[in-house]
Design a protein around this ligand. Sequence first.
Ligand SMILES: C[S@@+](CC[C@H](N)C(=O)[O-])C[C@H]1O[C@@H](n2cnc3c(N)ncnc32)[C@H](O)[C@@H]1O
Length: 175
Amino acid sequence: MMRLPWRDLAPGVGPAISTSLTEAETDELRRLAKDKDVLEVGSAFGYSAVVMALAGGRVTAVDPHTWLNSYGQMVANLSYYQVTVGILREDSRAALPRLVEESRTFDLVWIDGDHAAAMVAHDVEWARKLLREDGTLACHDYDEDTCPGVREALDAWAPPPRLIDTMAIYGPGEW
Ligand SMILES: C[S@@+](CC[C@H](N)C(=O)[O-])C[C@H]1O[C@@H](n2cnc3c(N)ncnc32)[C@H](O)[C@@H]1O
């Protein structure tokens, strides 16, 4: 178990962005997203989206931005770091089924949205429809002290994942 507090961390050379990702998780995300088509569920102020876009990921980011009122700050951060991210300012329950309808597919789906077990299960179910066969699924906050729903939902459908801190990673053939 780990406790990940929110703190300010710079995703590159530039201003810090509030996030709960660790540096090891950041390095892994950078590696997984490099030059890939990426779907992010849960952006907050844009830390992980900026990290992946700076690594060459073509990122589509789903977040209604109501919880933290984070939209303006995310847009400012994307602009500062001069990266382009396709922002879908909506709930994953609306966005993910529509992306499937549009036949969109991704190399990486990164889930860090609503951490309640039922919502993680929802996001994983749709992520699996959106992933290419050789794609990777990564979920934040597995075994994080304050987010028991993440592990509950993930362990209900798959064997224990590879972990980098609290980042659960399911490679091709594992999801
Ligand atoms: C832990 S924060 C994301 C942190 C971010 N990935 C980072 O790098 O710091 C969780 C975010 O998920 C968003 N969220 C909550 N429910 C959601 C849902 N159903 N679909 C998409 N995003 C959701 C919240 O608005 C919040 O901004």
